[in-house]
Design a protein around this ligand. Structure first.
Ligand code: HEM
Length: 479
């Protein structure tokens, strides 16, 4: 079948559906799931497709993963921030880097980071005063940023966190504002034109084409990139991380953090050589960015959901109270079984990454339709997580959807907050450890009276709680 038989999403105007992406993203993502597993939409002149069903998502991300790359938009937007790091690289570079980085996330290695997870939650516990009114979303960002800072840079007191954190927020804000804009479409079209012309030009023009192609990897057609605040933020990120690398190389410190392991990782493909400083910096930036805001928002939503469900809260509390006064200082999944279900259900209702965009590298058949090379397909994570045939009564918070029996009954690509297939989140086990460890550590010592208003999700680079999640801190006397 040709893609012309795929239903078209309602609500397009002259520029296509881009305005719905900007102003009405979540309702739009839900509406398109009612139209079927594959739904067509348009951004200016460019068609793309929503993938709303687990089987089709699986076919695309797992079975035919080799026929796809991430959409160039992601690469362009993150060019200045994450360069050629694991999130944005493709092909041989990605394969080599994934192989080099995977051991850092092996379950036995992950145990070594539990100290940072528990320790940073304990520091927050000490910082928070009885009766204080606090924004749990901001609090979770502080904790998650420090956890990844400690795991990555072994920064004990993570003083850099504030400056780096501010710089990251500015840079990610720029990325967010440029997503799904006509500028984005313009830049991707220009890039695709240079790809299309490959091998079709006389030799004297080929050099121009190749240079234009390379230049278009950076977001040169998007406004605001030269804004002094953005430039400054990128400089801060670059300089601080480079300074940590320089320090580590100079001191030959035998540290156990991810950065040291990145610096000393060797691969046969590199003839036993290590990565360049630029590659290490791109990977460090990538892990720092990918590794904190996602976990932080999922933790914040977990507190919000628990505040509205006293029975679930009591079960998490019981698990937390079974630990010593410091909470979980090592990781035993059995002891955090219910807390993990809560965290997973928060990731279902509010997946931090709501869409997985891909571009076809070749003509490919997906869901019984044949798509030409360069077709854009977006796995609609948010929409799929709210489908009532996959998750009955989908708006209801029900952690038991993630009991082993219930998980076994579902299609394995129905719940994909971490993606699936070869490009699955490399930090998924890290996050599934960090979420429950932080929740239990905090709840062992504190309780939070969350203010009862409804909080709307807003799409920043992740699905954040709009306006934050405000709560009054109560120190528990049982300690
Ligand atoms: C709840 C927390 C997290 C969520 C929801 C999340 C989500 C995701 C998703 C959806 C992807 C795949 C994107 C795609 O296929 O297009 C991804 C990739 C990635 N994530 Fe995570 N992530 C989380 C935590 C982490 C942590 C803790 C780290 C590292 C410390 C991390 C590092 C990465 C990296 C490096 C990639 C790229 C992997 C590759 O392409 O090979 N993430 N993440």
């Amino acid at each position: 079948m040709t893609p012309t038989s795929i239903p078209v999403a309602p609500g397009d105007n002259l520029l296509g559906h881009g305005h719905l992406f900007q102003d009405d993203r979540l309702p739009f993502f839900r509406r398109v799931t009612d139209q079927g597993d594959l739904v067509a939409a348009r951004m200016v002149h460019r068609s793309f497709y929503f993938v709303n069903g687990p089987q089709v998502a699986h076919e695309m991300l797992v079975e035919k993963a080799r026929s796809f790359e991430k959409s160039p938009g992601i690469r362009i937007l993150l060019h200045d921030l994450a360069g050629q790091g694991l999130f944005t690289s493709e092909g041989d570079l990605w394969r080599r880097q994934r192989r080099l980085l995977s051991p850092l996330f092996h379950p036995t290695q992950l145990q070594t980071y539990v100290g940072a997870m528990n320790g940073e939650a304990l520091r927050a516990r000490e910082r928070l005063k009885e009766g204080e009114r606090t924004d749990l979303a901001a609090e979770m960002t502080r904790i998650a940023m420090s956890v990844v800072g400690r795991a990555l840079f072994d920064a004990r007191t993570f003083d850099e966190a504030d400056e780096l954190g501010e710089a990251l927020t500015v840079a990610l804000g720029w990325v967010n504002d440029r997503m799904a804009t006509p500028y984005m479409t313009l830049q991707v079209s220009a890039l695709e034109m240079t790809e299309y012309l490959d091998g079709k030009l006389p030799p004297w023009l080929e050099d121009v084409r190749a240079r234009a192609r390379a230049a278009l990897d950076a977001p040169i057609l998007m406004p605001g990139r030269n804004d002094p605040t953005v430039v400054k933020a990128l400089e801060v990120l670059d300089k601080r991380i480079q300074a940590i690398i320089d320090d580590r190389r100079a001191s030959h410190a035998d540290r156990k953090d991810l950065l040291t392991r990145l610096l000393y990782a060797r691969d046969a493909d590199l003839g036993g050589e290590g990565m360049s400083d630029k590659q290490v910096r791109d990977e460090a930036n990538t892990l720092f960015i990918a590794g904190h805001e996602t976990t932080a928002t999922a933790l914040a939503w977990s507190f919000y959901l628990l505040a509205r469900d006293p029975a679930a809260r009591a079960k998490v509390q019981a698990e937390a109270d079974a630990f010593g006064p410091e909470g979980p200082t090592s990781y035993d999944p059995e002891k955090l079984a219910y807390t993990t279900r809560v965290f997973k259900e928060a990731l279902r209702l509010y997946p931090p990454v709501i869409v997985l965009p891909r571009r076809a590298l070749e003509r490919v058949e997906i869901g019984g339709h044949t798509f030409p090379e360069r077709t854009l397909l977006f796995v609609n994570v948010y929409g799929m997580h709210h489908r009532k045939d996959l998750f009955p009564d989908p708006e209801r918070f029900d952690p038991d959807r993630f009991s082993p029996e219930n998980e076994a009954k579902r299609h394995k690509s129905a719940w994909v907050p971490f993606g699936v297939g070869p490009r699955v989140c490399i930090g998924n086990h890290f996050a599934l450890m960090e979420g429950p460890v932080v929740l239990a550590t905090l709840m062992r010592g504190l309780s939070f009276e969350v203010e009862p208003q409804d909080v709307e999700p807003e799409t920043f680079t992740t699905l954040r709680p709009k306006g934050g999640i405000w709560a009054r801190v109560r120190r528990r006397s049982a300690l």
